[in-house]
Design a binder for this molecule. Structure first.
Ligand SMILES: C[S@@+](CC[C@H](N)C(=O)[O-])C[C@H]1O[C@@H](n2cnc3c(N)ncnc32)[C@H](O)[C@@H]1O
Length: 624
């Protein structure tokens, strides 16, 4: 059976991606029905091979098709054609695909399976040039699939008994918009080494978590890649985000305290004491829709025309079909997720949208003024798209303007005196009011995107800065990765002196400007790599707190090492990627020189992005 599979395997190296560690109880799986996508394709294959046989598999109704003769003949014909080798891509372990590998590893452990039970022979698929055959064998429609859990990126994850590959007993599948507890019909469309990707065709039996009546973005939810959770109650969304944090620490912070025995797991009790018991409930966003102060719709133009042809097309003087097609308006919006039929879209063009960008007219998570900006820019685009030679991203950034010009010079906090506008020039200076402070920054540079939750996060950070028993002793704050000074400035009133560091010269200029605007005299900002800050610090470590708010990839070891040597009394680590946060915190505690002197006080999620899978995590560490 499937001898060709093993022939190809010699050319393709299947590496051991997953090491299994944990013991979990197994969950029962409902066996799904698998049907070939195209009966014609199977018939064609039967014609091309006299010896072909159809065998039943351990998954009910799954048919394995013996292809060796058909494929062997093809191989003889193409004997000089080189087989393509499959090389698995390497991912940063804290990126969504890196985390998916950990999630798959856990799923296998829970079901008593090995990597070799589910791995796919990708070389076999990519070397098969017969599309009908590939569709019939690998890209099947599967019914009665139980969605078992959520991946960290909000996709559902399932384990299907049966596989078209020799000696494999199951397949792992990701299902966008599948919710744990759902029983669904899916169409598999892509085979990766350890999992296949699918589209959700139908929800046969909904999960108790699913409530499609909650969907606010009736037009696009289920097709747009922006939101994943609109059909889940907000309370459940918050629980899911807490679960993401729990998983992150379980995946990235469970190695032994002893650096010599790196592969050993931390004992369950120790893990519970150090990490799990510190994770608190996720704090909700006051606004669950209309909250995003920045949106970035984009469009692709996948052709390039000569200037002459472009001019002709603009004048309407081109005649050929290709040229007409080339000048069809590109979609303007956000990335497409899948080809679902589970939602009945009022506008069928949404479901049938071709290409990688979904045409969007409105986005319900944007603030009202950003939504207005989207409409305005879209109308402009409808008139101007022919002038673009290539794709582009349009920035929509909320801005605050003062009705009374004089107010501009003052710290404004009366909402009645301000109007919101939406700017698109990435170089324009914009203003945001946060917690009674005024911030100016460049529209295209980093600034937090949900103003409604910022006062809650700032309050949490402030409460966790070092508190001296002796009030005569000064307190200090170091803000690494300070951006345009959000935490430095808002926390400055609680400490005697703040020093911030930031790699972007432009952001440092604005941090300095913002401290002046807010009449804050105790902040100093320096431009440079985060570790540069340790050259500048002369404050006593016992009276100093350090805030870290790095980009998604987290901190590097050089920085963490110096942080440990500096040995501050408190560390508040804010992160939009809890996986890199868990990795860094674990490295700091177990591998840095003074890490053993610290303990985690709390790990708390803040929901900066309702309706999506994202969560911001704040981890507070104290020197004991
Ligand atoms: C997530 S943002 C946080 C900014 C700020 N704390 C805020 O909330 O507005 C991360 C910031 O780190 C800066 N950054 C990135 N790499 C850095 C490095 N190696 N050293 C210092 N700053 C860095 C970025 O420019 C960005 O402003």
């Amino acid at each position: 059976m499937f001898r060709l599979a093993s022939q190809l395997k010699r050319g393709s190296k299947v590496t051991n991606l997953f090491l299994l560690h944990r013991n979990h109880t197994s969950t029962s799986l409902c066996k799904p029905k698998m049907t070939e996508v195209s009966a014609n394709a199977t018939a064609q294959m039967a014609k091309s091979s006299k010896n072909e046989s159809i065998e039943s598999n351990n998954g009910p109704n799954l048919k394995k098709i013996k292809l060796e003769n058909a494929m062997g003949a093809k191989k003889a014909n193409n004997s000089r054609k080189k087989l393509r080798k499959f090389k698995p891509k390497k991912y940063d372990s804290t990126s969504p695909l890196g985390v998916l590998q950990k999630e798959i590893e856990e799923l296998l452990q829970e079901h008593g399976l090995k990597e070799s039970d589910v791995s796919n022979d990708v070389a076999l698929v990519i070397n098969n040039e017969n599309k009908a055959e590939v569709d019939a064998v690998y890209h099947t429609i599967v019914q009665d699939v139980n969605v078992l859990k959520f991946c960290s990126n909000g996709d559902g994850l399932a384990l299907i008994p049966g596989s078209p590959f020799t000696d494999r007993t199951h397949r792992i599948v990701t299902i966008p918009f599948g919710i744990p507890g759902d029983v669904v019909t899916i169409k598999i469309f892509k085979t990766n080494q350890m999992y296949s990707e699918s589209d959700l065709l139908e929800v046969q039996k909904p999960s108790v978590m699913r409530d499609d009546s909650l969907i606010k973005c009736d037009k696009y939810f289920g097709k747009c890649s922006g939101c994943q959770y609109q059909n889940i109650t907000y309370q459940t969304q918050l629980s899911l985000k807490r679960q993401t944090i729990e998983n992150a620490y379980k995946f990235f912070a469970n190695s032994s305290v002893n650096p010599e025995s790196e592969s050993c797991e931390l004992s369950l009790e120790k893990y519970q004491e150090m990490y799990a018991s510190k994770i608190r409930d996720t704090v909700g966003s006051p606004l669950q829709y209309d909250y995003r102060t920045k949106l970035t719709p984009h469009f692709d133009i996948s052709f390039s025309l000569s200037k002459k042809l472009r001019k002709q097309a603009q004048n309407g003087s081109t005649t050929t079909t290709t040229e007409k097609i080339e000048f069809e308006r590109p979609n303007l919006g956000f990335g497409v997720k899948g080809k679902p039929t589970w939602r009945k879209f009022a506008d069928p063009s949404v479901a049938n949208c071709k290409g990688s960008v979904l045409d969007i007219e409105e986005c319900v998570i944007g603030t009202p003024v950003v939504q207005e900006g989207l409409k305005r820019e879209r109308n402009k685009f409808l008139n101007e798209y022919k002038n673009y030679k290539k794709g582009a991203t349009i920035l929509l950034r909320e801005n605050t303007e003062f009705v009374d010009q004089q107010e501009k010079e003052e710290v404004a906090n009366a909402d009645s005196k301000v109007v919101k506008t939406c700017v698109t020039n990435p170089k324009q200076i914009v203003v945001e009011l946060v917690d009674g402070f005024k911030f100016e920054f460049i529209a295209g540079e980093f600034f937090q995107n949900n103003n409604s939750i910022l006062p809650l996060v700032i309050d949490h950070v402030k409460k966790n800065l070092v508190i001296s028993q002796d009030s005569s002793k000064p307190r200090y704050l170091v803000d690494a990765y300070c951006g345009s000074g959000l935490f430095s400035i808002t926390c400055s009133t609680n400490v005697n002196k703040v020093i911030g560091v930031e790699i972007s010269q432009e952001a440092v200029k604005f941090a300095t400007r913002n401290s002046e605007l807010n009449k804050i005299g105790n902040c100093k900002f320096i431009a440079g790599e985060a570790q540069e800050i340790f050259k500048e610090i002369d404050t006593p470590a016992d009276q100093t707190s350090v805030i870290l708010d790095p980009p998604r990839k987290g901190c590097d070891e050089v920085f963490l090492k110096q942080l440990s040597e500096y040995n501050p009394a408190k560390i508040v680590y804010i992160s939009c990627n809890v996986h890199s946060q868990a990795r860094d915190v674990d490295w700091f505690l177990k591998k840095s020189a003074n890490g053993h002197l610290y303990k985690i006080d709390s790990i708390q999620g803040f929901d900066f992005f309702p309706q999506t899978h994202h969560v911001e995590s704040v981890c507070v560490l104290s020197r004991v």
